[in-house]
Design a protein around this ligand. Structure first.
Ligand SMILES: NC(=O)CC(=O)C(=O)O
Length: 304
């Protein structure tokens, strides 16, 4: 987590890969993700502007489900602030993502993958981030585990095999400070607030809502976080696959700091592009100055 001043917010192009074909064959998942990263970075062969920052969805290299996490888990052993040797990494996913970011020359939020910690063998749902040089610059372990039980609809218990992360994470690019979360983390405004109060102008959460919670909450939560923190907020989902064990909602989305949805996918494989304009961010904060109207004399500052 950076404690320095955030970089000046500059315009940039964001591309979300709503990845399809995520099946049991990890090598095939990685190969397909790589092709889509290169395609997204190049603006779909020139049809769209080239992307500066590309995002993959939650659990892009493995089927989504607690039984799969131990089988697909990879060790990463990233220590913030220390140089990371991608070539020596045991993670095939890290190697692919690093090479793809470097080849495409883009910042890359590499969705999330099941991760096994090298010291205690605990499993995490972990996002990794790469610079255009292919350096692994940040990770985020999903803090809030997706444990829900809606009778007759959906029961899911990530905590059967996963442990929740303990840190709040962001990274600096040459155009913005970007805060990270993963899926269920969006339901906890504190995480978004802390990253926003630490200077993030953009919050990105790989995610995979489902056919029960997606229609009601996916857009609402993103617009809520965008408005209450006055930031760009974006979630990137896998495409829906009704043959898979988990049916993702899709609808990868980008919301501006006024709460307007500026880009949205359907439920099939797609790449969604959005131009991120800092003026909207500055106008939102100038016009509705909640960032300077907080009453920490009345309630606690959770970001302190
Ligand atoms: N999959 C998740 O982590 C969260 C989700 O689907 C929801 O909150 O709903």
């Amino acid at each position: 987590m950076s404690s320095s001043a955030a970089p000046a917010f500059k315009p940039f192009n964001l591309a979300l890969i709503q990845l399809g074909q995520v099946g049991p064959d990890k090598a095939a998942n990685l190969q397909h993700a790589r092709e889509m990263i290169l395609r997204a970075a190049r603006g779909d062969g020139g049809a769209k502007p080239k992307a500066d920052l590309v995002v993959l969805p939650e659990c892009f290299n493995s089927p989504y489900g607690h039984v799969h996490f131990p089988v697909y888990a990879e060790t990463i052993a990233f220590v913030p602030g220390r140089p990371y040797d991608v070539a020596a990494s045991a993670s095939k996913s890290v190697k692919m993502l690093s090479a793809a970011a470097r080849e495409a020359g883009v910042w890359l939020v590499g969705g999330s993958i099941p991760e096994r910690d090298t010291t205690d063998s605990k499993l995490y749902n972990t996002a990794t981030v790469y610079s255009p040089q292919g350096d692994l610059v940040a990770i985020h372990r999903k803090v809030h585990l997706f444990d829900i039980d809606i009778p007759g609809k959906i029961t899911f218990k990530e905590s059967e095999t996963l442990t929740g992360g303990k840190t709040i994470n962001c990274f600096d690019t040459d155009f913005a400070r970007v805060g990270l979360g993963i899926c269920y983390d969006v339901r906890f405004p504190e995480l978004a607030m802390i990253n926003a109060r630490r200077g993030c102008q953009v919050l990105i959460y790989p995610g995979a809502f489902n056919l029960t919670t997606g229609p009601l909450h996916w857009e609402l939560l993103q617009r809520a976080r965008a408005i209450d923190q006055q930031v760009y907020f974006s979630m990137c989902s896998p495409a829906r696959d009704m043959t898979a064990g988990y049916h993702a909602w899709g609808h990868s989305m980008v919301v501006d700091p006024m709460g307007k949805v500026i880009a949205e996918a359907g439920h099939e494989e797609d790449i969604v592009y959005a131009h991120i304009d800092p003026q909207t961010f500055h106008d939102a904060r100038a016009g509705i100055p909640v960032t300077t109207q907080r009453r920490f004399d009345v309630y606690a500052d959770v970001s302190a």
